[in-house]
Design a protein around this ligand. Structure first.
Ligand code: ADP
Length: 639
């Protein structure tokens, strides 16, 4: 079958979109490629079609589970042998997929990057023939990218290990520097980097100075009403409480707006998303969590009530407007007042070198083979789980530790019958064993949580016998059993050249570089607002393209003049604040002992320790949210 025939036969399209054929040709000639197309540009076809023409398996790595699910459903509906492996699948389904892999009947397999740390899965992959590795959201591989995911760094190594003959890296947002890094990591020739224009002539961009919240709400209300109530709109905000407040303000102006953010119940979120898709909810005021899986082509307006955190984010978020090609508007209501909150988020995520050192020590003190719970480490070192994962990956990249895959250390067991009934019918010896076993767990309201290693030690039994007994309870319908206590196994490399001190320094500087990169990205957003240059042209330049003045954006319409951002008075630390800081310092709350912890708390940035200690409810949480994080930190450190 030719590629044109495959396009029509499998996908029902009669011609390729810009760039698609070029990418597919490079792959079919046996080389790797980078496809840099805007969102909606048709990237997926660039690996789906070759997958059908190549003999072996195409492995697709994507961090977006919702997207994977949609794609696999669409492909299977077209009778294409595609599957996805994720944590929601039952054992039976997984073994079916594994056997299809082994028989070579599966054409496309979608996995999340975490899956590639799983030893068992890798062993199976090694046994099958992989003809193409497609890496979605490939900018995640770059520290210079806006969404660095350290597990992506391992993909290039994996492609070599598995001897994959070609790789397709795909992304919608990469600056020239990021693109270069992607090419380098996957050995992609410069001429096999295929980039289609990012220009979106149907989008009209504007940036409007808007200082106070009420000013912004009024502007927003006027704009939306002028478009007509039923014209679909997304309003992006930074904080959850802003989403609620702005949705309320719009409602008061007679606009059917709803909030959407990660703090809402799942069913409420789904209701808002469904309502937006079907058109019954025209306006959604959302944090950036909204939009990932929203494939709605007739969004007419995208507003940024708060400044976006990077131009990459801006292009992605504003790019959701007008996917059908009809005229649409994208507007930023710009104020420098937003900067402190955005910067504080960035600073708040950088772990202290004390926390890093303690984590490094913990790892180096382990035996040759060990396992850790990222969750426990996150709590005990008070770093967000994603930060712990990043730190561990840095250690992997230095080859200090080698991952051996995740596993569950225990079970949660819920008895479905009285214990007496469950035990009846067993021999006295076995009754005694089961009683002891269940008593060795932690008893909650409904569930008993068992740590297998600990139970085995306490009751002096083999772990294997315990696992079998629990399996038996489930098989007999006596109990619901769920795996729990996710741990990651590692091997500590012997004879590596590092010490606690050198590793702490290395990790600390990596985290600092990351922080500096994020701050720089935010500065580019301010430049976008203030520069005297056509907005689309600025965006194109940032992504390494040239363009002509659009003549329509707010800068072009204003004789080429940008705005000057209103607001931005940095709040200073006054005497009251000093008093509050001193009080907390003296209190020496266990969750706030480190200066960075206290600074986060006062700036309203939550962390595992503050969450556990329910400190978010304290009236001083976020007391200094408007003050720059570094100023607060400095003040604490002088005490
Ligand atoms: P991206 O991943 O680049 O955001 P998708 O791969 O999701 O974009 O494609 C966007 C839409 O374009 C999909 O609905 C897809 O079916 C459609 N599409 C892709 N290629 C073609 C083509 N050659 N002709 C017509 N429609 C296409």
């Amino acid at each position: 079958m030719t590629k044109e025939e495959a396009l029509l036969h499998y996908f029902g399209h009669d011609r390729f979109r810009v760039g698609q054929e070029q990418v597919i040709d490079v792959l079919l000639e046996g080389r790797s490629a980078l496809a840099l197309f805007p969102t909606g540009g048709g990237k997926s076809l660039c690996y789906q079609l070759p997958a059908l023409l190549l003999d072996g398996l195409t492995l697709v790595v994507s961090p977006l589970i919702a997207l994977m699910k949609d794609q696999v459903e669409t492909l299977t509906a077209r009778s294409i042998a595609a599957a996805r492996l994720d944590s929601t699948l039952e054992g039976e389904e997984v073994s079916r997929i594994y056997s299809e892999m082994e028989q070579g009947t599966l054409k496309l397999l979608y996995v999340a990057p975490e899956r590639l740390a799983n030893d068992g899965f890798l062993r199976r992959l090694r046994r099958c023939r992989i003809d193409l590795l497609a890496v979605d959201e490939a900018h995640c591989i770059s520290e210079w990218g806006h969404n660095f995911r350290p597990d992506y760094l391992k993909l290039a190594q994996l492609a070599r290990d598995l001897e994959v003959p070609r790789v397709l890296a795909l992304t919608a947002t990469a600056t020239p520097r990021v693109a270069e890094q992607i090419r380098e990591r996957f050995s992609i020739r410069e001429e096999d980097h295929i980039q289609t224009g990012f220009s979106r002539p149907n989008l009209r961009f504007s940036i409007t100075a808007a200082g106070t919240p009420s000013e912004r709400e009024d502007l927003l209300g006027d704009r939306i009403l002028a478009h007509g109530e039923d014209s679909p709109a997304i309003v992006y905000v930074t904080l959850q409480q802003t989403a609620e407040r702005v949705a309320g303000a719009l409602k008061a102006k007679g606009i059917a707006a709803r909030a959407y953010h990660a703090g809402m119940r799942d069913d409420h979120r789904a209701e808002v998303q469904d309502g937006f898709m079907s058109g019954s909810i025209p306006v959604v005021v959302a944090t950036i969590a909204f939009g990932m899986g929203v494939d709605k082509s007739d969004i007419r307006q995208v507003y940024h009530y708060n400044l976006p955190k990077s131009l990459e984010n801006y292009v992605q978020e504003s790019g959701r407007a007008g996917r059908d090609g009809d005229p649409s508007t994208c507007e930023i209501l710009a104020s420098a007042d937003d900067l402190t909150v955005l910067e504080n988020f960035i600073f708040g995520d950088t772990p202290s070198s004390t926390a890093i050192k303690s984590l490094v020590e913990h790892v180096l003190l382990q035996g040759e083979r060990f396992s850790i719970s990222r969750y426990d480490l996150s709590i005990s070192r008070d770093m967000r789980p994603s930060v712990v994962t990043t730190a561990l990956t840095y250690l992997e990249l230095e080859e200090v530790i080698v991952p051996q895959g995740p596993f569950y250390a225990g079970y949660r067991v819920q008895l479905l019958r009285d214990l007496e009934d469950v035990l009846a019918g067993h021999s006295p010896g076995r009754q005694h064993f089961l009683k002891q076993l269940l008593a060795s767990g932690k008893e909650g309201r409904k569930w008993i949580t068992l740590d297998i290693a600990q139970s085995a030690y306490e009751i002096g039994e083999e772990e294997d016998r315990i696992r079998k007994a629990i399996g038996y309870l489930a098989d007999m319908g006596d109990a619901i059993v769920q795996p729990s206590g996710l741990r990651h196994a590692y091997r500590l490399t012997q004879g590596h050249p590092h010490t606690v001190a050198t590793l702490t320094e290395m990790l600390t500087s990596r985290f600092e570089e990351r922080e500096a990169g994020e701050i720089e990205r935010l500065r580019k957003v301010v430049q976008l607002c203030e520069a005297d240059q056509c907005i689309p042209v600025q965006l194109l330049h940032y992504f390494g393209e040239q363009g002509e003045n659009c003549g329509e954006c707010s800068v072009c319409q204003n004789e080429g003049k940008g705005i000057s951002l209103p607001g931005g008075q940095r709040q200073a630390i006054d005497l009251d604040a000093v008093e509050v800081i001193r009080n907390w310092h003296e209190k020496a709350h266990p969750a706030l002992r480190q200066p960075r912890q206290l600074a986060r708390f006062l700036c309203g940035l939550s962390s595992p320790a503050t969450t556990r200690a329910r400190l978010q409810r304290d009236e001083d949480f976020g007391f200094l949210a408007e003050v720059p994080f570094m100023d607060v930190l400095e003040q604490i450190e002088t005490l």
